[in-house]
Design a binder for this molecule. Structure first.
Ligand SMILES: [Zn+2]
Length: 252
């Protein structure tokens, strides 16, 4: 018999699904191993010691027995349960979308310190009442890099020239269009200079240094339209959490 090993990781639960009558299968995004799935036996029962540690968004230390297949969670210690996210429907909806997006765009067991930090800081700020929609924009923009489908934001996406001004964003061409290239895509989205600057900022911003960002309603609408259409066309993803978020948005 092969000895199984006990391992300890620090991470955040990004997915938690029921399995059988009393178990859960959780997915953790951790500093040490990246994304990893674990069986949490008995975690569905409220009196189980694994029940609270296995909840979505829980940030903690996890001890598990590794094996060839799915490892088994044996113990956990909560660092933060991001309580204010759980207690607010809108924060929950944004956060659920963020963790699902991360889950869908990453492979198992490929650690990334920067991605862990991005996830932690995004949830931390949402928990702390920062603007969840703006944080989601930043997360979505950065994840385009991770997915390898980042748009061109420094030169015109059609003629590749650096210009002083761009007038629109083309999902098809994958970036901004200058005045001479507007005809390259008749479905391009008209974007203001503020939107262009913010999209560039979101790409490079270190979230740890996030200050107060206040956005006009028109700017929000433009960024949202760009990101939504871009994801739809280039990512091939269809996320339930995204649909729920769009439905909630109508009541905002
Ligand atoms: Zn051009």
């Amino acid at each position: 018999m092969v000895n199984s090993l006990l391992r300890k990781i620090e991470g955040i639960v990004i997915r938690s699904i029921d399995y059988g009558e009393s178990n859960k299968i959780i997915t953790i995004y951790s500093q040490e191993t990246g994304k990893i799935g674990l069986m949490a036996r008995g975690a569905k029962k409220t009196n189980s010691r694994l029940s609270s540690i296995s909840q979505l968004f829980t940030y903690g230390h996890f001890l598990y027995r590794s094996s060839k297949g799915l490892g088994t969670l044996t113990q956990g210690e909560i660092i933060s349960s991001f309580r204010s996210i759980r207690e607010d429907l809108f924060k929950t909806a944004y956060s659920a979308y963020i963790v699902e997006l991360l889950d869908k765009l990453t492979e198992d067991k490929q650690p990334s310190a920067s991605l862990f930090s991005l996830l932690y800081n995004t949830l931390h700020y949402i928990n702390d009442d920062y603007d969840a929609e703006v944080l989601t924009f930043i997360f979505e923009t950065k994840m385009l890099y991770v997915a390898g489908i980042a748009p061109q934001l420094d030169v015109c996406a059609s003629c590749n020239q650096r210009r002083d001004r761009y007038l629109a964003f083309s999902v098809k061409e994958g970036g901004f269009l200058c005045s001479q290239c507007l005809q390259a895509d008749r479905h391009s989205i008209k974007v203001s200079e503020a939107t262009q600057k913010l999209l560039r900022l979101f790409m490079t911003l270190d979230l740890k240094r996030l200050g107060k960002i206040s956005l006009k309603q028109e700017t929000r609408a433009e960024i949202k339209e760009v990101l939504e259409n871009y994801y739809e066309t280039h990512s091939g993803l269809y996320l339930k959490s995204k649909r729920f978020l769009s439905q909630l948005d109508k009541f905002d």
